[in-house]
Ligand binder design. Structure first.
Ligand code: SAH
Length: 221
């Protein structure tokens, strides 16, 4: 497995990030820190084989094993921007998958706690992320429950399609914290941003349709 960056990959990455930046602007979202972080993280290294790596800098989701996908770069960018991550923020991610989204948040200076229900993917990401110098706290478990013993969090990001807003995840937000969750159990989900007010009440914003693999209950081998 190729675990190196190269000029060729860097060039392809630059072209992808320029494209993602334009798409974000079209959606009325701008955040250069997200684009800088995505320029830093070598997305191809999260792919399974040298053959698959050829597709790493296309703006598409891609299979990573266990029936799961690494999210489309544009989706990673939008979710990261909606979180409005500040340095040293504590972020809870549900759905570690390949580990790519976690790496982008770490590159933005966040402290990342990430939960994955598939053992195979949890084990793979536990190997890849530290090899690249990214060190999130990683947990094998059910994301519907969140991580109550590490709460509260400044932000929660769910990277699978949730059938409904998991209450436990909103409970684990700090006042002023934000959760970015794709919600819907069909082929598409609405990207919701739920902001917790100081008095504990919440405000929900809708950022349109996206398509994710489903969020499933309980852990899987
Ligand atoms: N953030 C990932 C995206 C992976 S796809 C990346 O950057 O590659 C979504 C992931 O959510 C899958 O790996 C899937 O196994 C996981 N998932 C689904 N339901 C879950 C749950 N209840 N708890 C934790 N992870 C879950």
């Amino acid at each position: 497995m190729l675990r190196e960056d190269s000029l060729k990959f860097k060039g392809a990455r630059k072209r992808l990030i320029d494209k993602v930046g334009k798409l974000m602007k079209d959606h009325g979202v701008e955040d250069n820190r997200v684009l800088t972080a995505m320029m830093e993280v070598p997305r191809h290294i999260f792919f399974d084989s040298v053959f698959d790596q050829k597709f790493a800098y296309e703006n598409t989701a891609f299979k990573i094993g266990a029936g799961q996908t690494i999210s489309q770069p544009f989706t990673v960018a939008i979710q990261s921007a909606l979180l409005e991550v500040k340095k040293r923020d504590k972020i809870l991610e549900i759905g570690t998958g390949s580990g790519y989204q976690a790496a982008v948040l770490l590159a933005m200076g966040a402290k990342v706690f990430t939960v994955e229900r598939q053992k195979l993917l949890y084990d793979k990401a536990k190997d890849v992320l530290p090899a690249l110098g990214y060190r999130p706290r990683m947990f094998y478990g059910d994301g519907f429950k969140g991580l109550p013993s590490y709460a509260p969090f400044d932000g929660v990001i769910v990277t699978c399609g949730a059938p409904y807003v998991p209450e436990a995840l909103i409970d684990q937000l700090k006042p002023g914290g934000k959760a970015v969750i794709p919600v819907g159990d069909g082929d598409t989900q609405k990207m919701l941003r739920i902001i917790k007010n100081k008095d504990g009440s919440t405000k929900t914003e809708d950022y349109g349709d996206f398509s994710f693999v489903p969020m499933l209950q309980n852990t899987a081998k």
